[in-house]
Design a protein around this ligand. Sequence first.
Ligand SMILES: *Cc1c(COP(=O)(O)O)cnc(C)c1O
Length: 398
Amino acid sequence: MTSQDYIQLEEQYGAHNYNPLDVVIDRGDGIWVTDVDGLHYMDFLSAYSAVNQGHCHPRLVKKMQEQCAKMTLTSRAFRNDQLPLLLQELKNLTGFDRALLMNSGAEAVETAIKAARKWGYTKKGIKADKAEIIVATNNFHGRTTTIVGFSTEEKYKWGFGPFTPGFIAVPYGDADAMHTAISPNTAAILLEPVQGEGGIIIPPDGYLEQIQRLCCENNVLFILDEIQSGLGRCGKLFAYQYENVNPDGLVIGKALSGGFYPVSAFLARETVMEVFQPGDHGSTFGGNPLGCAVAREALRILVDEKLAERSFALGSYFRAKLNLISSTAIKEIRGKGLMIGIELAPEAGGARRICMALKNEGLLCKETHDTVIRLTPPLIIKKKELDWAFGKIKKVFG
Ligand SMILES: *Cc1c(COP(=O)(O)O)cnc(C)c1O
């Protein structure tokens, strides 16, 4: 079968909820993927940063195979031997007291929302069903009905209402607007430290510290969604570590399993996590031994291969190079670590067109919104491989 055959089957039998680039991948190795026609591409998306460790990392392949043959799913009706070790390792790595394991990122965000609301009622004394959570405009936290309900992107919401009440969106990066929006009913502020899907948007320096201060002054939980920005992507273990803040809750996913298996988690301090009682919340697959074993290995790889440090150094190197491209099509290059966005000038003809041209050069990138190209290679990438990619990008803009 050729690429065209696969594409036709997918178009015929699948839901058309995505608009993928027409490359049909059947193999991956590190930063490279191969399509069914045998063409090689450098992956500059990393499955939206789920594959920070690189495709089919040999240590993850081995661990997954071992754990598969041993035990995959106990459900939380019983205990297993992998979850406790992952919980302990998460505590040691991140400093958060406790973790609650889920599968997809959106589920972990939902978990954070439930925790924040229940904390609001049981600890802050908010009246029943009045709790509010403040989010940012241009946010992306997933695709459940509750979560798209507080998106400000019409495309994500249209046709899916009615939505869950209790969310307020204020402009991202504007601490004064946040201040104004806080009320006695505010249970939490939920933010991405860098907006990924929103177009690699970096808030002003000091923004997170200002938000932290508002949270402390108003007895509001500070919860960050680092599903995409975290686990090394932005050049630190977590993007919030560029500032002196101490969030009450953190949502992680994506690279938590190196792309092998959906694993997500809500991490929180004791005072927040203790609101959950037996029966309050759960998931059949959440915390399963296969996912936990994979996540443990994925985290060890992150540490052993110094992926956050690599991301920091290589990100600065690569952004400096990209800034040397002089093209009227480029409006701005921005990023932290290897989470980089190229914002195109309005007259450049759209990011999709550039992504197609890059694909023809063997570089797989994905546009986010119409005018931003996201550059997020696996964090195992080497300098000379970045140089290769740079050559392709330069050529396409030349
Ligand atoms: C991808 C993403 C999510 C949703 O994760 P899924 O696993 O797709 O449900 C939530 N928040 C952010 C910041 C993300 O990038």
